[in-house]
Design a protein around this ligand. Structure first.
Ligand code: SAT
Ligand code: MN
Length: 593
């Protein structure tokens, strides 16, 4: 093997089990050198400089966007690849019909062949990271080995990375092993494999976000959801937000929406002018780990420490907090450029001159910024960063909110009748696909709990686990469903969205406080229109009617879609969920809603 040397040799002595694993990977992948990341600012800047020297990062306008850089990915490597993502359990039924599966020994043989010698001439970076506040009992350590310095920089922004994480791993005596190489970027040799029984992840052939930043979807959702089931907690695809009323009372909500459906915007919401004294605090924008507390409530931590947000559409009007957050020290991926080297995407003022592929902008080539172009930025730069975002014990949840993109069917908001009905509402979630994953955009698909791409085990077992978690909570959060995306017959959105969504959250909180009554309908509790604050919105009453319309015929169809989907899970489907669905169907058949 080529000589290896370490810039920071003291680090590896902290955890012999990490060293042994790194040595084994180095024997397989044959890097030119091994570098242990210490997570310092100095290291970050040195790596940025190195990448700038290789033209892999482009510095942006230092006056308008200090400390900001642009990275352009391979044009074939711009989103998660669900068809190449596998959960490799000994027993195929444990992965379930919701996951692609290969037997672990076959997967290992395939991945070993791809990884063999793949780092020749390259640097192997060892990236120790901690998901969750370092001092949280709920946090978990991992180590990502990667040959991409871009991944290292992103991991530094997205996780607590470096020496402190390695110390935590040494203390815990266990960690998730993530092996990543960009390989040759050939989509034929691109795979993201998970081995939950071995607490390990292997990813090759992509440098893109969710495929390559292994702490995020691979660890904090797929592997963590598996661990959470055996240990009595939940790993969920949810933002966490605190809503403070003018009296200073804060309610925390965790909201599950599929990728690119506005989680970051909701987590950073700016209250509308008609809400003086209200404040919104961001705890997390993508992932929540939920643990039962001694007081019978459910507590949430955000395992991440940064945001990997969708750039297009982000502007001063839609998300002022995000806009302020990403003005400095941000890595942009696949955005366009203006004439004076500022980052640009659809929805911003100004004009693109260079498109995301580095070509002179020509509208006939499509959008200037890739529709799934992203920003990566440390969370502490967010003006609405919650004081409790780093709290080791997390924040207590008043509500869990499910939602998706549906142009019809689901009302602006409704509340589940109880926890079990809430599990049915979550399990029946469906949403239109977005650019966050490769494939057709805009098709409605089942996306239970917004976890279709991320649940690391059989959904039937996952729903059972959800049901059991609720039964064990003396004071569970109330469960709701929202739809910001309902359209009228001409395709116009019926609800203004963004900051105005606070009106809906306020109704949700009032319901949690049991301050107001609601209409009991076949699908759940709907607002009495007089209880939902729509003052000053200039919404025609027909829009309000449409936003809350429940069409029994459409719901019958929806429930048969859900029944057909559930039947894929066979005997593992929990009986109580089947009964809950049967009850919902009976209610819609006997209702006049
Ligand atoms: O690419 S990521 O999976 O990190 C972002 C997303 O799709 O939610
Ligand atoms: Mn996400």
């Amino acid at each position: 093997m080529a000589t290896t040397f370490k810039y920071a040799p003291a680090l590896d002595s902290l955890s012999p089990s990490v060293t042994a694993w790194v040595d084994g990977v180095a024997r397989l992948t044959r890097p030119e050198r091994i570098y242990w990341c210490d997570g310092t600012e100095l290291e970050f800047q040195r790596l940025e400089k190195e990448l700038v020297g290789k033209n892999e990062l482009l510095p942006l306008n230092e006056a308008t966007n200090p400390g900001c850089f642009l990275s352009r990915s391979d044009p074939s490597d711009v989103a998660r690849v669900e068809h190449l993502t596998y959960v490799c359990t000994q027993n195929q039924d444990d992965a379930g019909p919701n996951n692609h599966w290969i037997a672990p020994d076959i997967a290992h043989a395939r991945m070993d062949a791809l990884f063999r010698g793949c780092m020749q001439g390259r640097t192997l970076y060892v990236v120790p990271y901690c998901m969750g506040p370092i001092d949280s009992p709920f946090a978990r350590g991992g180590v990502e080995i990667t040959d991409s310095a871009y991944v290292v920089l992103n991991m530094k922004l997205m996780t607590r990375m470096g020496r402190a994480a390695l110390e935590r791993i040494a203390q815990d005596g266990t960690f998730v092993k993530g092996l990543h190489s960009t390989g040759d970027l050939n989509p034929e040799r691109r795979f993201i494999m998970h081995f939950p029984e071995e607490l390990s992840i292997q990813s090759i052939g992509s440098g893109y976000g969710g495929n390559a930043l292994l702490g995020k979807k691979c660890h904090a959702l797929r592997i963590a959801s598996w661990q959470a089931r055996t240990e009595g907690w939940l790993a969920e695809h949810m933002l966490i937000v605190g809503i403070e009323n003018p009296q200073g009372e804060i309610h925390y909500l965790a909201c599950a929406f599929p990728s690119a459906c506005g989680k970051t915007n909701l987590a950073m919401l700016i209250p509308p002018e008609s809400y003086p004294g209200w404040k919104v605090w961001t705890v997390g924008d993508d992932i929540a780990w939920l643990h039962p507390g001694q007081d019978g409530r459910l507590y949430a931590i955000n395992p991440e420490s940064g945001y990997f947000g969708v750039a297009p559409g982000t502007n001063l009007k839609t998300n002022r907090n995000a806009y302020e957050t990403i003005r400095r020290d941000t890595i942009f991926t696949n955005v366009a450029l203006t004439a004076d080297n500022q980052p640009w995407w659809e929805g911003l003022p100004g004009k693109p001159v260079i498109d995301w592929q580095g070509r002179p902008y020509d509208p006939s080539n499509g959008p200037a910024a890739q529709p799934n172009s992203r920003f990566t930025v440390g969370a502490h730069q967010n003006p609405s960063y919650s004081k409790l975002a780093d709290a080791p014990g997390g924040v207590p949840l008043s509500a869990i909110v499910f939602g998706g993109r549906r142009r019809s069917l689901t009302p602006l908001v409704y509340q589940a009748r109880n926890w079990l009905h809430g599990v049915l509402v979550g399990a029946g979630l469906a949403s239109e696909t977005t650019a966050a994953a490769t494939g057709t955009v805009g098709v409605v698909r089942r996306d239970p709990m917004a976890m279709k791409p991320f649940a690391g085990y059989n959904f039937a077992d996952y729903w059972s686990h959800w049901i059991n978690m609720g039964s064990a909570l003396k004071n569970p959060p109330q469960i709701f469903h929202v739809n910001w995306f309902r359209q009228d017959t001409s395709g116009k959105f019926l609800w203004p969205g963004f900051g105005e969504n606070l009106r809906v959250l306020r109704w949700i909180i009032d319901r949690c406080k049991r301050n107001i009554r609601a209409k009991d309908t076949a699908i759940g509790h709907l607002p009495e229109i007089s209880d939902l604050d729509i003052g000053g919105l200039d919404l025609p009453s027909s829009a309000i009617e449409e936003l809350f319309a429940v069409d029994p015929e459409l719901w019958k169809l929806e429930y048969s879609g859900i029944s057909a989907y559930f039947s894929e899970f066979g005997a593992r489907l929990p009986q109580s969920l089947k009964t809950e669905l049967a009850d919902a169907i009976a209610r819609i058949h006997s209702s006049q809603v």
